[in-house]
Design a protein around this ligand. Structure first.
Ligand code: GLC
Length: 560
């Protein structure tokens, strides 16, 4: 039996695995994943070597947004199992030395939550002030803010004539954090799960909880500047942290939408007053020309390097970031920045190395460890995601975008690209379920699956396994500073990490053509060695002049 270490800083050398339960493993024949399914795969996760699981929401929910619309924070959604199943998962994970991080969604609740049900249509309900209500302005919504899933951010409560705010779907009503009772409820929810022994929390869109209280029209944008990193957000987080996170030594990761480095330095400041670490998404907007997600576009390589440089140098010594390419809201990285055909394996390994050697805590999203791809859906009926179907409606039916063009955009940008069921093996339904899955499986599951990856020592799976181990063996990965070696190179992303003891260089060719670069003149290449690469035949000696093959990655370490 492996036990959990007591080191309070465990998460700085850890790698965390994200599970999207609906698509992970179905223990029965429902076509949707469940908690027993997760338990049945814990040995697999242990073999991969991860330190913790981030479990996306399994609470009671009408599942309009796949669990990010919680209707009861204290109950498990029966589609996923029971509280006893959850307790078993926690215990069995701990027995394998794997920690568990819960997803907490407290910017909003489902409109089916009893608080909202009581508040709806009744201005005198004790729960009315748990949400954000405003009178209409000239018979219309109170302001021009837009929902992140399209359309107005306000919905009308017919019975009272007031509107409530929903930054996401209309079934996700924003909580009023100005109300101290709401903050007490949030603490109680977190305490409940911490008391059960969960090790940490991922906080959904947590930098949106504090809204500027005048709710004025946004004449420059969609309203986000009035609630992103809002006026009281740091105060609220410090209050929650002091009341609960610090009491339970919980590790916390905040999902920060459209944030800034300055705010993230504070959210994740090393004094631990707010959160342990932050997710930011700027590096995943390099294929959003002029900030516009809903376009089909190539990615901007130089911008990608600039963004990493900005965050790596800016957080070093001040805060802590999460390192990630994939999650349940992002397309598969191998299809996005790599090459999911001829160089699927090479490019997936290269992309992995290029973030895992940075400072921060890497997150691996289910299926990424054997390079699952976008499914390439061809019919709108195949999509299930509320954001994708809303955007299809708005762009095709209201804005006149052609169906084919929108299908090409969705094939690149839809969140369903990463939500397709896990490809466990080559059996029917990819070993995910015995029944027709809720979302179509990618056609390539017979070649790309976990079983196949585990049988092949050259697979992406074993490369991830090595990256996870390297973080524990090579100290400079955690502590070193960061220097972008070739900011203007049009194919190589290469950076150097340096601490007192060690220097590490990570070289990555982002393209299918061979390319070259020269190591810095103060780097004693002859004394250095390769610790990992994605081509078999690395030379014995490290030379200053480097020739990188298609999508090649090389990790070089020198003892100072
Ligand atoms: C986060 C979640 C996403 C969800 C949204 C609203 O961005 O990751 O899946 O739709 O918040 O809760």
């Amino acid at each position: 039996m492996t036990t959990i270490t007591q080191d309070p800083n465990w998460w700085k050398t850890a790698s965390i695995y994200q599970i999207y339960p609906k698509s992970f493993c179905d223990s029965g024949d429902k076509g949707t994943g469940d908690i027993q399914g997760i338990i049945s795969k814990l040995d697999y996760l242990q073999r991969l070597g991860i330190d913790a699981i981030w479990l996306t929401p399994v609470y009671q929910s009408p599942m309009i947004d796949n669990g990010y619309d919680i209707s009861d924070y204290y109950a498990i959604n029966p589609d996923f199992g029971t509280m006893a199943d959850f307790d078993q998962l926690l215990e069995e994970a701990h027995q394998r030395g794997i920690r568990l991080i819960m997803d907490i969604v407290v910017n909003h609740t489902s409109t089916e939550h009893q608080w909202f049900q009581s508040a709806l249509g009744d201005k005198n309900s004790p729960y009315r002030d748990y949400y954000i209500w405003r009178d209409p302005v000239e018979g219309e919504a109170p302001n021009n803010w837009l929902s992140k899933f399209g359309g107005s951010a306000w919905a009308l409560d017919d019975a009272t004539g007031q509107y409530y705010l929903h930054l996401f779907a209309k079934e996700q009503a924003d909580l009023n954090w100005e109300n101290p009772q709401v903050r007490e409820e949030v603490k109680q929810v977190i305490r409940f799960w911490a008391e059960k022994g969960v090790d940490g929390f991922r906080l959904d869109v947590i930098n949106l909880i504090s809204k500027a209280q005048d709710f004025s029209d946004d004449h420059q944008g969609d309203g986000r500047r009035f609630y992103t990193d809002g006026p009281r957000v740091h105060e609220f987080l410090q209050e929650i942290s002091q009341a609960v996170f610090q009491q339970y030594d919980s590790v916390t990761v905040g999902e920060m939408s459209s944030t800034t480095l300055e705010h993230c330095q504070q959210y994740s400041s090393l004094d631990g007053k707010e959160l342990s670490m932050v997710f930011n998404f700027h590096h995943l907007k390099v294929d959003y020309p002029n900030g516009e997600k809903w376009t089909k576009a190539p990615f901007d390589f130089l911008q990608l390097k600039q963004i990493f440089n900005h965050w790596q140098t800016g957080l070093n010594g001040k805060g802590w970031g999460a390192l990630f390419w994939c999650n349940h809201d992002q397309p598969r990285i191998v299809s996005r920045l790599g090459n999911d055909k001829q160089y699927r394996v090479e490019s997936a390994k290269m992309l992995a190395a290029s973030i895992h050697m940075m400072q921060g805590t890497p997150y691996i999203y289910q299926g990424e460890e054997f390079a699952m791809t976008n499914p390439g859906y061809t019919s709108i009926e195949q999509y299930r995601d509320v954001e994708s179907t809303n955007m299809y409606d708005i762009m095709v039916h209201q804005q006149g975008v052609k169906h084919d063009e929108m299908m090409a955009i969705l094939a690149q940008k839809s969140r369903d690209n990463s939500r397709t069921p896990m490809q466990w093996n080559r059996e029917r339904y990819a070993g995910f379920s015995k029944a027709q899955p809720w979302l179509d499986i990618a056609d390539n599951y017979q070649e790309i699956n976990a079983e196949q990856a585990e049988q092949n020592y050259d697979s992406v799976f074993y490369f991830y396994q090595q990256l996870i181990q390297l973080r524990k063996q090579i100290e400079v990965i955690t502590t070193g500073d960061y220097l972008d070696l070739y900011p203007d190179h049009d194919a190589v992303f290469g950076y150097q990490r340096r601490s007192q003891q060690q220097t590490l260089i990570c070289l990555n060719n982002y393209y299918a053509q061979e390319t070259e670069c020269v190591l810095p003149s103060d780097f004693e290449a002859s004394q250095a060695s390769y610790v990992l690469g994605n081509y078999q035949d690395l030379p014995q000696q490290v030379s200053r002049h480097q020739v990188l093959r298609p999508y090649e990655t090389r990790i070089i370490v020198l003892q100072n």
